[in-house]
Design a protein around this ligand. Sequence first.
Ligand code: FES
Length: 155
Amino acid sequence: MSVFGIRKRLRAALGMGRPARQITTYTLTYVLPDGSERVIEAEEKYSVLMASQSLSAPIGTGRRAGGTCPDGGCAECRVEVLDGTGLSLMTDSEKRSMEAAVRGEPHEGRARRPVPASTPRSRLACYAKVVGSGARIQVAELFDYDSLRGDPVGS
Ligand code: FES
């Protein structure tokens, strides 16, 4: 904890300074690849991808170490939204990212194969933010922790 963190806690304990920020959470449901469902509480404005850290494994993004890509352009975090209640609206950049993946445009200087066309329910989990309760998200793939072991042959 930094010096600032200690000072903040002391001020809060003494009733001085700003009151602690109220954390708002919302309920969302993930329908996992095996068909099971998990209901979780996610902090307001968390992305669907970030909130999936509460699952046994987060949503797979195709990245070796998991997590979001730096530019929001990989579109590997695609999910199907069964109920969009409580999710932010799709942004233009999310739409562009998904369309580029469908066309198979290169990403990060690497070629990629076109992915199946998106549906009206498709969203990118790193763009969709939790702003209320009630969303139901169909997850196609969870992150594979075995992928962290690397290639045993050493390539
Ligand atoms: S993780 Fe790359 S677009 Fe979502």
